[in-house]
Write a new protein. Sequence first.
Length: 474
Amino acid sequence: MSAFGLVAITLVLLASLASSRDLPFFVKSLRDLHRGPPQLPMKSRAEPVTGWITQKIDHFDESNTDTYQMRYLVNDEFETEGSPIFIFVGGEWEIEPSMVKGGLWYDLAKEHNGVLVYTEHRYYGESLPTTTFSTENLKYLHVKQALADLAHFIETFKAENPNLTNSKVLLSGGSYSATMVVWFKRLYPELIVGGWASSAPLLAKLNFVEYKEVVGKAFLELGGQQCYNRIQNGIAELEELFDNKRAAEARAMLRLCSNFDEHNDLDLWSLFGSISNIFSGIAQTQREGDIEFYCNYLLSFDDDASAIANFAYYAWGSPNCLDPTYKETVEYYLWGINNLDESRAWYYQTCNEYGWYQTSGSSNQPFGTKFPATLYTELCSDVFDHQFGNEKIVENTVQTNEDFGGMEPEVENIYVTHGALDPWHPMGLGTAEGATIISKASHCNDFTSISSQDSEEMRAAKERLSELVREWLA
Ligand SMILES: *[C@@H]1O[C@H](CO)[C@@H](O)[C@H](O)[C@H]1NC(C)=O
């Protein structure tokens, strides 16, 4: 098989993550950034047991007695009297068994005869408080409710299990669920002895311009200057074609469907936002050799613009034509109301609590200028509620930072790790605030068992966590 064929197939695989409806270009590119951690190699043969716990739909309204069933997984193969409880906190994804059957957290549980638990976040997977995701129904989707679910879970799980009544509890999480670990310790310090937060964004911010800077940095550091220039020049050339009334050429190169309207800013922004998100997906999940591989592909073309156009086309699975229209995106998120779509749920959380829109607002990144914050805030307004204007979303982020302390969460006994090439890390703590930054690593790179594949820094971080867990359980 030719190298091109191989690249094309890999890109198709990248693009073909399971979904029950064809995902529009833009939605898919965002969704790739919000998957759960990759499945871990499973060491244990134990079959985790699925449990369900009754939770209040609204923990903060006494008069509302409605409840829902929250799902969790338990691996009790090491359980004995007084076993510590090692909880991995679920985020904006469906839970799956490998997280309690392998990896570093599993190894630590084994060392301490711990019981492993994976909790599911409300509105994701099968933990569904409402029968539709209408905007009205999504009002119970809030991190404060999810943290209260977790507190109630810990209390109930201990009370109902005679072996665990006086057990110590530890939390771990990745990405948004790592954020939850930090905030849980802030709100309910007495319920856990310690925790591990891998890649936790803590500062809510509407216009998250730093994200694409780190994506660019990852391509520069691992792929080289030539690759970085190819991306920067290719995107700039495509932008120029649209700006200089040569849209027909750009449309042909990118194989855009006929309904794409280059006079509609929202269509143009969706296109360029989606293209940049392909690079984000690669940087956020990169393992050794990935970026080099895609850079070789990009550099195999004769010119910059066609390299980018072909790259985007293959990343989208080589359809008849590409449809990155804004309208398609809005329709998808509205379809999500009755289909309980998790992309819709997460998008709602960004509008209502965090922002974190990965825009082209910085000039220090190679992905051009054409995906401003307005693209993302318009979507909030069009798919949820017209009250979600720019001002309202800024207010929401200010509220979140007030509630949880932003970059000063003031918590003890939480080990915070980040990859230096994880585009999320600028929203999290740095070394000055006690975090461990692992060079060359990406998002949630440190969940696997200690191994000879680990860089020295990676290994040191995992050993530091192991040491801390011993201290917390002593
Ligand atoms: C409780 O602990 C005992 C040992 O102290 C163990 O034999 C038993 O299996 C544990 N119970 C469960 C449900 O795992």
